[in-house]
Design a protein around this ligand. Structure first.
Ligand SMILES: C[S@@+](CC[C@H](N)C(=O)[O-])C[C@H]1O[C@@H](n2cnc3c(N)ncnc32)[C@H](O)[C@@H]1O
Length: 185
């Protein structure tokens, strides 16, 4: 059994506060990686703080696949998607532990975001393997963990696991902010 604690669903509302844009501006974080028509993954999307801006960036010919383990996160995600008129672009995928969780996702994504999620996932090796399988060769993975909550050494261990899966480090590792861009080989 894992002792990793998952962000409770009601905390999803806190992640949507407008002030967050000061430190986590989606235009700066994911904007440089996304173009109209792209297919992107927001892994551990919660209520879609990043997913909705990502959907606006990839546009009507793109898709944003949102993975999460909590259905309540998706209820709010989809009501927000409807309001933003990006309901058809956002594709929620509930993680249940079944193989079908990733059905049809082989080498689909041009980009993936893993923001403040990995520390909640008991099997990080499987997490990076699944992301690797879903991403196209050469696609970027923006990987960030919450500084202050996750230690630098734990972040380094995650990067090492990602490296063993086949990701390479595309930008210098920011060990203060716990941010790195990885690239699928
Ligand atoms: C701290 S929140 C971050 C949400 C979002 N990435 C953001 O930055 O606004 C972590 C999210 O990861 C989800 N999560 C935790 N374990 C997961 C897993 N094994 N697979 C998919 N999602 C998971 C949680 O349900 C929660 O919505």
């Amino acid at each position: 059994m894992s002792n990793k604690s998952v962000c409770p669903w009601w905390m999803g509302y806190m992640l949507l506060i407008p002030f967050r844009k000061i430190t986590h501006d989606p235009a700066k974080i994911v904007g440089p990686f996304l173009k109209p028509g792209m297919k992107a993954i927001d892994y551990g999307s919660a209520m879609g703080y990043f997913s909705i801006p990502m959907a606006l960036m990839v546009g009507e010919n793109g898709k944003v696949f949102c993975f999460d383990i909590q259905p309540k996160m998706f209820d709010k995600l989809m009501s927000r998607a409807k309001k933003a008129n990006v309901e058809s672009i956002i594709k929620p995928r509930l993680i249940t532990g079944a193989e079908s969780d990733y059905y049809g996702m082989e080498q689909v994504a041009d980009f993936a975001l893993l923001f403040a999620v990995a520390h909640e996932v008991p099997d990080q090796k499987a997490l990076f393997v699944n992301l690797y399988r879903m991403m196209k060769p050469g696609a970027f993975l923006f990987f960030a963990e919450p500084a202050g909550h996750v230690s630098t050494s734990a972040f380094r261990r995650s990067i090492t696991l990602a490296g063993k899966t086949g990701f390479t480090i595309a930008t210098p590792v920011d060990e203060k902010k716990l941010i790195v861009v990885l690239q699928r080989t």
